[in-house]
Every structure is written in structure tokens, then in C-alpha cells.
Design a protein around this ligand. Structure first.
Ligand code: M6R
Length: 366
């Protein structure tokens, strides 16, 4: 049932092109985005707040970026475990979104229940983005987007992350179009670019795996790794670091690259690899100059960037190549090499990749 792969995690990483294809297909009807009843709230929503944990929280940060930058909806993201004891003041016309692959995460459910109790009349404005609509979450919220990634067995979330991020793209694009923030042509362009991504993910999996597998051997003695990203790829730096921590037990931190000089740069030396996401877009030059600073501290530099950028090969010691895609969609491609790298590092160490120590697939207690 692992489809010839050594671990579920590797299978699920390879499932991602299909998951994305399926996610798009099931939420597009006659070239229109079809997200179901939640669409009835669009005209009245003034802001959004998202509650989630772990990888789902990272997907939510990508969601926040898209909702704010494309749909122009003010959006905040909260750790569910923090929100439940210190929620922001209640504001009407707020859509609260709970993002949880399992639909059973205790903190996320508690945060949503708390929010429901503050909304005194009518149907609560609660939307769940989940891979398990039949879960406790499904019973708690009136609106659901089913991410349809198929059951995920590896404790490390991979394909469900891609599916959650896809749900946010569709939500933001639909909202932006319905509110006339973007034209029909723009919407069609976004969707056409999104539909190209599955093949691009296949390209990454086919062409980059050998180099990543090799690179992973160089991490046998490493104890700390820094991940850098900016803008829409800052959450991907966090996600890359979380994947490494949870399955390989190597200490890793994700930072917005511009924050380096405010403290973390003191950690850098030859023994601390720096993995930077440097794909074309608003903050591309900024990331490259942050990487130069790390280079001056003799850090071993690994870049996740697109093949078309001639600067990249000179700056980094190792390049993990992703196809050039619009900046807005880049998290879908940049996360893949980081998932693979974490996987091969843990697998080379002989660790139990699918069942890492101290972790459970769903955290149903506080
Ligand atoms: O089921 P959920 O999406 O609510 O789970 C949230 C986190 O526990 C989960 O994403 C966790 O961080 C993963 N093991 C990460 O790979």
C-alpha cells in the first residue's frame, strides 16, 4: 500500500501532483470556482481570522498572504492554542477559518467553539478547511472546504499541506473575482497557472530527487539548520524547518531572511547550513543580499531557486531547482525540495520517518 515507496511519507510527497490536480478538478465547475455555501458570506465579510496548529498554521500563513494581497481582505492568523485563552476582541462580520487536516485537533476545535459562543445570532461564521469533513470539525462548523487529499498516514503532513494551500488560493481568487477586485481575465490567468503546477511538481520530483538524496548525506553530522524565506515563502521556510525537526530530530529554525541581522546571524558558522528560498518576485533581490551576509559568515549555502536565474549558481554552494512560476504560486513548488530533503536526511539516519518519536498523527488532547 506504500506504492513501492519505502515510507508513507515518500509516497505522500509523490502523491502531491495528483492531489493538486484532484483538488482543482473537484472545486472547479465549468471553469468557475465552486466552494459551496461559504460563497454566500462573501458580500458581507469584512475580515478573516484563521486558527490552526503546526503545518496547518503554516498553510494558514500562506493563506493570509494571498487573502490580503489578492482579495484585499484583512486577515490574521493565530495559533489555536493561543487563541483559545486570549482571543482578540470580538468583531462582527469576521469569518473565522479553522484549518486542520485531521479535523480532530483539540486546540483548533476549542478555538472555533469559543468563537461560535461569541456569535450570538444566526449561523456561526465558521469555515473549516479539512481533509476529514466527517470529523469533529465537520460537525462543529456550518461551512467546509474539503481538501480531498486522500488519507495521509505519515505523521509529517505533506500532501495535506499542498491541499490546504490550494484551498486558500481558490478562496482568495474567488473572493477577489466576486468582489470585482480582479477581472475575469485575471481570474482565468490565475487558474491556468495553477493548473500547470501539477506537471511542474512532477518535474521537480523526477529531476531533483537524486541531487537531494545525495545532499542529504552531507547532513549526517549537522546539528542546526537555518531556513530563510521572505514574503509568501517565509511560511515555507518555517515548514521546511518543521519537517526537518519532526522527522530527523535536527534543530532547525525558519526565519524571514530580513530578520537575520537582528539576532540569528550570530549563530552562523561553517557548521550551520543555511537553506534559502530565492525565487523571482518582489523580494528576490532582498533575499539574495541576505544570503550574501550569510556567505560572509562562511555558512554552507543551499538555494531553492528557479533554473532561469543566472545569479543563483554563483551564490549558493548547492542549488535545488524549481520551475519558474508566478511569485504568488511559488510556495507550491518551493516546499517540495524541502520535504524531500527532510525525508532523505531522516531516512539516511535510519529513523522511523512515518512514526517520529513523541508525535501522534492527530493531537486530540490539549
Ligand atoms: O490535523 P491538524 O492539521 O490539525 O494537525 C495540526 C498539527 O498537529 C500537524 O500539522 C503537525 O504539525 C504535523 N505533524 C506536521 O507535519
Amino acid at each position: 500500500e506504500k506504492g513501492g515507496f519505502k515510507h508513507y511519507m515518500l509516497k505522500e510527497i509523490h502523491d502531491q501532483p495528483g492531489v493538486l490536480r484532484q483538488g482543482l478538478e473537484s472545486h472547479l465547475l465549468n471553469a468557475q470556482i465552486a466552494l459551496g455555501p461559504v460563497q454566500e458570506l462573501y458580500p458581507q465579510v469584512e475580515q478573516m481570522q484563521i486558527v490552526a496548529c503546526g503545518t496547518s498554521w503554516h498553510a494558514s500563513l500562506v493563506g493570509q498572504y494571498i487573502l490580503q494581497q489578492v482579495a484585499q481582505v484583512p486577515t490574521t492568523v493565530h495559533y489555536a492554542s493561543e487563541f483559545r485563552y486570549a482571543p482578540p476582541p470580538y468583531r462582527p462580520h469576521t469569518l473565522t477559518i479553522g484549518v486542520t487536516q485531521s479535523g480532530e485537533t483539540a486546540d483548533t476545535l476549542a478555538a472555533l467553539s469559543l468563537e461560535a459562543s461569541r456569535q450570538l445570532t444566526g449561523t456561526p461564521w465558521l469555515l473549516g478547511i479539512t481533509n476529514r469533513p466527517e470529523s469533529s470539525l465537520g460537525r462543529l462548523v456550518p461551512y467546509v472546504i474539503d481538501t480531498r487529499a486522500g488519507i495521509e498516514i505519515g505523521v509529517a503532513a505533506t500532501k495535506t499541506f499542498i491541499a490546504q494551500v490550494t484551498a486558500f488560493y481558490l478562496l482568495a481568487f474567488d473572493l477577489a473575482y466576486q468582489r470585482q477586485i480582479i477581472t475575469q481575465e485575471k481570474l482565468e490567468l490565475y487558474l491556468a497557472n495553477l493548473q500547470k503546477i501539477p506537471n511542474q511538481l512532477e518535474w521537480i520530483l523526477e529531476t531533483q530527487t537524486p541531487a537531494i538524496e545525495q545532499l542529504a548525506y552531507q547532513f549526517q553530522e549537522v546539528q542546526h539548520v537555518i531556513y530563510l524565506g521572505r514574503g509568501i515563502n517565509f511560511p515555507i521556510a518555517l515548514e521546511g524547518a518543521l519537517k526537518l525537526k519532526e522527522i530527523s530530530y535536527i534543530h532547525a529554525e525558519g526565519y524571514p531572511a530580513g530578520e537575520m541581522k537582528h539576532g540569528p546571524i550570530a549563530l552562523l558558522d561553517k557548521g550551520v547550513p543555511v537553506i534559502a528560498i530565492a525565487t523571482p518576485g518582489t523580494v528576490y533581490d532582498k533575499v539574495l543580499s541576505n544570503v550574501q551576509e550569510a556567505r560572509a559568515r562562511e555558512a554552507h549555502l543551499i538555494g531553492v531557486g528557479s533554473a532561469a536565474n543566472s545569479e543563483i549558481p554563483d551564490l549558493f554552494h548547492v542549488n535545488l531547482t524549481v520551475p519558474e512560476v508566478p511569485e504568488l504560486l511559488s510556495p507550491l513548488v518551493t516546499v517540495i525540495p524541502l520535504q524531500l530533503l527532510a525525508y532523505y536526511i531522516a531516512a539516511h539516519r535510519g529513523l522511523d520517518v512515518d512514526q517520529p518519536r513523541n508525535l501522534a498523527k492527530s493531537v486530540t488532547v490539549e
